[in-house]
Design a binder for this molecule. Structure first.
Ligand code: ZN
Ligand code: ZN
Length: 898
């Protein structure tokens, strides 16, 4: 049975499902729409159509049906005061990042605030009854409509009116009575204008009949009477009925203001400022006509561009008016809407990225930039963030705290986009046909090229209407959930001693033993969980190598055999291992809070791993950590260790803990039980955690970050050690630093020596040259340079293989010698890395008999290599260093043989 069928089933029994006391008291009539046959309730005897098919649809644009005008924040004050006056508790909004459900990234409806996971079931937990909440909700499937339709937003405020029918709360009759009075008494809409349409709503495994209420064709809200669970063809009554009324605050404001679009009254001061900057008059009569046409026909065309074309035609707009007014206006609405969503998301700790929920945020930021570029709008995004927060803070004061963080993230992310533009240009230039929707998705997924960029580059003229819904289907879909498959029949829950006295030695009864596994009636072995590795130790003579929890049953994995079922066994925990893990685990809490205070409010624990001698913490952060940031984090963490703060553990009812500490307690993910274990390190860190912790931070002694790395977009890994491992690490680290600095010192000294020697050489170089030239006939040695002088008219030979001389010396000396003595041949040999090189100079006269190039060939060959040059100068070399003496002797013989 699908939704349509269940609706027609409910509608055959309106007395049971739809008729409320108000309809009787106020003599509402039940009618069926002459166009679509839907059933609705009205006081207007002349009405024949449902709100969707009436002539007065959207006639409030330009002609609001209320005496008073309320903008967005004022409208909430009206709603809030009405419900509070009528016995409701006004609850602050919950984060838009849905940390308490593991199947949602973002909060998509107000009822989600109160849904909690219990085992595998969703249960309702209300902090008050009845209540009202201004819940910001994020929805990404209609992104292409935003800015164009006048009423679609990427985030909106859902007025949540929720009640459990009991001694405090109420059911259908009072719910509809309140909603009716809210519209007629508080907002002053004429009674005849309020129409209730019969419908059905299902979600989160439960469903019920519902009444949508409309004024002038605008759906203001939907009151759902949740009372069944199961799927539509096989359901049963819920133990707990729930009133789930969700209304759009944006729509209440719009109805009273009658502006051309809902954007004008919700972003009032922000858009006004931007419109002035580009010179558009938002009160233009023409806009009223245009946007009324858009609103009326939105559902009648399947494609948005058709709706737009139709509205342009009916309202008689010229191309110039479209280009000068409508197109820039749509762009401005889009920009302001998307920035508002980013403000809420970043403020609540989400980061734009290419994974998980971050996907949509990155997409939106890129749309903003592309739209500004396409329309040549030069807005300052920081300024828009400021005006939005200034406007919203009356209603949502918490945004003030993260104002600067929001700008930081938007700035970093915009810079990244600018940097990727060149690459995107290249990719786009290679496209040779109009991309399909699948192409568009692939272009964005693999290359980060948004359809808005393609629009900006004029590759496409419109974004296909299915693009965003397809993309959001791909990414909004469930976070992965692992289910273990091991069935342990009907074993009782294992008593967990580590949450009590935590004995390191204890006796227990074997309830079950099979393969290599053992289940005991109680255990103090910590089972792997929350990133904490399991305890090791012994059960009788068997080694415990792994401990895992299946549901509430702890299973020990043993090595070399298992004890008998029914026997009593003595168990010993490896305390040293547990100690190391416990210190690392507590350090994770300290580091997590330290990184948040050093880096910014967007830091959340992404995941963690704690072993005996090492651990890691993955956090959400936009960039790799700098050395300076690492030093600051480590310093702050160790100051918490030095302060020897108390670590306390208390159990709370889940709802109470959330109200007391906020949702930041869910650093390690959701808690699927009603009672949460809150671990506090005084007022420095508070988390819900099931692991083992030290009693005083001083026990940790020292925390040392060993390495950090950006492991994926938006996630940074911090590897660290603590306790004795950290002390050892520091010792070793210090030793290696000492060794390194000694090596460095030695290198520097060598360098300095060489520099000194060169200086000295330079000073005595002229003397050296002179003493060589003035050598007596025969063999002379000057500073390890061998000089063979012959009688005049024959070549002289001068050579050296001394390692005190480098390339520069050989060339300087060679040049100088042949300049002063035209009969001189100079041959220098020196080592250069793993090679041996030679430089030969032959004087003007000497070269007539012995050419430099010939000598170099001979020498190089001896050295196992080759060389080249001309008559006067040549160079070469080889690899056979040990042959340098032989090579020089050969050269000498060759030169002096004449
Ligand atoms: Zn109808
Ligand atoms: Zn913990």
């Amino acid at each position: 049975m699908d939704k349509k069928e269940i609706l027609s089933k409910f509608s055959t029994d309106p007395e049971r499902y739809y008729k409320v006391k108000l309809f009787e008291d106020e003599r509402f009539e039940r009618k069926s729409c002459v166009t679509c046959k839907r059933f609705y309730w009205t006081m207007d005897e002349n009405r024949v159509n449902c709100p969707d098919h009436s002539d007065d649809t959207y006639s409030f644009i330009g002609n609001p049906p209320t005496a008073k005008r309320f903008d967005y924040t004022q409208a909430w004050k009206e709603v809030e005061s009405f419900f509070v006056k009528n016995g409701h508790t006004s609850v602050n909004r919950y984060p838009v990042v849905c940390r308490w459900r593991d199947d949602l990234y973002f909060t998509i409806a107000s009822i989600v605030d109160f849904q909690r996971v219990m085992g595998s079931k969703v249960v309702f937990e209300f902090p008050a009854n009845p209540l009202v909440v201004p819940q910001t909700c994020l929805r990404f499937k209609d992104l292409e409509n935003v800015g164009i339709t006048g009423r679609h937003f990427s985030s909106f405020c859902m007025i949540g009116q929720h009640s459990i029918p009991n001694s405090q709360g109420y059911w259908k009759d009072e719910c509809i009575d309140l909603d009716y009075r809210l519209v007629t008494e508080q907002f002053g809409v004429d009674k005849k204008e309020v129409i209730f349409v019969e419908d059905v709503w299902e979600g989160g495994g439960s469903f019920g009949s519902s009444l949508e209420f409309f004024v002038k064709g605008l759906e203001l809200g939907n009151a759902v009477f949740t009372e069944f669970q199961g799927d539509l063809s096989n359901y049963k009554t819920l133990d707990q009925q729930i009133i789930d009324m969700g209304a759009g605050l944006e729509r209440f404001a719009w109805l009273t203001m009658g502006t051309p679009t809902a954007y004008d009254c919700c972003f009032g001061p922000i858009t006004n400022n931007l419109l002035q900057q580009v010179g558009i008059d938002a009160n233009d009569e023409l806009l009223v006509t245009y946007f009324t046409e858009i609103a009326k026909h939105l559902e009648r065309f399947s494609d948005l561009s058709e709706v737009r074309k139709n509205a342009i035609k009916t309202s008689g707009l010229s191309d110039e008016q479209i280009n000068k007014i409508i197109t820039p206006l749509e762009g401005i609405y889009l920009i302001v809407d998307h920035i508002r969503t980013l403000i809420f998301a970043i403020s609540d700790g989400a980061l734009p990225s290419n994974v998980g929920g971050g996907y949509n945020l990155r997409m939106m930021l890129r749309r903003i930039i592309s739209t500004m570029d396409r329309l040549s709008l030069k807005f300052d995004m920081n300024e828009i963030v400021d005006t939005q927060i200034n406007y919203l803070k009356n209603m949502y004061p918490e945004l003030e705290k993260t104002r600067e963080d929001i700008k930081t993230i938007i700035g970093i992310e915009s810079g990244r986009y600018e940097n990727s533009k060149l690459r995107m240009e290249k990719i786009v230039s290679k496209l040779n046909q109009k991309p399909t929707v699948d192409d568009l998705i692939r272009l964005y997924e693999s290359d980060g090229v948004t359809p808005d960029y393609l629009k900006e580059m004029k590759v496409i003229s419109d974004i296909p209407s299915t693009f965003y819904s397809k993309l959001s289907q791909l990414h909004q879909s469930k976070k992965q959930k692992e289910q273990d498959q091991v069935s342990l029949e009907k074993l009782p829950d294992t008593e967990l001693l580590y949450y009590g006295d935590d004995p390191k030695e204890f006796d227990a009864k074997v309830l079950k033993s099979f393969d290599k596994y053992v289940v005991l009636d109680k255990t103090s072995f910590y089972a792997r969980g929350g990133g904490q590795e399991p305890d090791h130790g012994t059960i009788e003579k068997f080694e415990v190598v792994d401990v895992v929890k299946h549901g509430n049953v702890v299973v020990h994995e043993l090595k070399n055999g298992i004890p008998k079922e029914g026997s009593t066994v003595s168990c010993v925990i490896d305390s040293k291992r547990r100690d190391g893990i416990t210190k690392n685990h507590t350090s994770t809490h300290i580091l997590n809070s330290s990184t948040r205070s050093v880096l910014g409010s967007w830091v959340w624990q992404h995941s963690a791993f704690k072993e005996e001698d090492h651990a890691r913490l993955d956090i959400t952060h936009h960039s790799a950590l700098t050395d300076d940031e690492i030093v600051k984090i480590e310093k702050l963490a160790n100051s918490i260790v030095e302060k020897n703060m108390s670590v306390t553990i208390e159990s709370f009812d889940r709802g109470t803990a959330e109200q007391k500490y906020g949702f930041k307690i869910y650093q390690g993910g959701i808690v699927p039980v009603k009672s949460v274990r809150i671990v506090s390190i005084e007022d420095f860190d508070v988390e819900a955690c099931g692991g083992t912790h030290v009693k005083k931070t001083g026990e940790i002694e020292l925390i040392k970050i060993t390495r950090t790395k950006r492991i994926q977009d938006g996630v940074v890994r911090i590897e660290f050690v603590s306790g004795p491992t950290a002390l050892d690490y520091t010792k070793q680290h210090d030793a290696s630093i000492i060794k390194k600095s000694a090596e460095l010192k030695e290198k520097m000294e060598m360098k300095e020596k060489r520099r000194e020697k060169k200086q000295e050489l330079r000073e005595r170089f002229p003397i050296l040259v002179d003493s060589i030239i003035q050598s007596k006939i025969g063999t002379n040695i000057v500073d390890e340079i061998i000089v063979d002088m012959t009688e005049s008219g024959k070549p002289n030979f001068c050579s050296t293989i001394s390692d005190q001389y480098d390339e520069l010396f050989h060339t300087s000396l060679g040049q100088k010698l042949i300049e002063k003595d035209p009969w001189m041949v100079y041959c220098g040999v020196f080592e250069d890395g793993d090679k041996i090189r030679t430089i030969i100079y032959s004087g003007e006269q000497a070269a007539k008999y012995k050419k430099a190039v010939d000598i170099v060939k001979l020498v190089s060959e001896m050295l196992g290599g080759a060389g080249g040059g001309n008559q006067r100068f040549a160079q070469g070399g080889g690899k056979e260093k040990f042959k340098k003496n032989d090579a020089i002797e050969k050269a000498k013989a060759m030169v002096l043989e004449v």
